[in-house]
Write a new protein. Sequence first.
Length: 121
Amino acid sequence: MSGPANQEVPEGSVAVGNVVRLPRGAEPPIEVFVNGVPQTEGTDYTVRGGREIVFARQILKEGRVGAMRWLAMFIGLFGTYRKDETVDVQFTRAGKVELASDVQVVPDEHAAPPPHGGRAH
């Protein structure tokens, strides 16, 4: 698996980040799902400081849909087939199992900046 910095992003999708903040009071066991598929701690993600889930890759969301594409979808000419991943997190809080669905994914504030300030040569 390639790291977050060099991951290929399909056309029409956006890499939104690779960090999910756990809800306040969340305790293990923690289970993580991307599009309903269970993820493996240590391979697909790590838990950092007991407060954040850090994925080994970027999570992809559908990019902005333009007016013409939206109109064509609205009148049923075609749909959209862009990559749009959802992250769900199951955890325990106050002794009860809870599920946070389609949680917000953000960029990693602790990641090292890209080499050369992120500019292409």
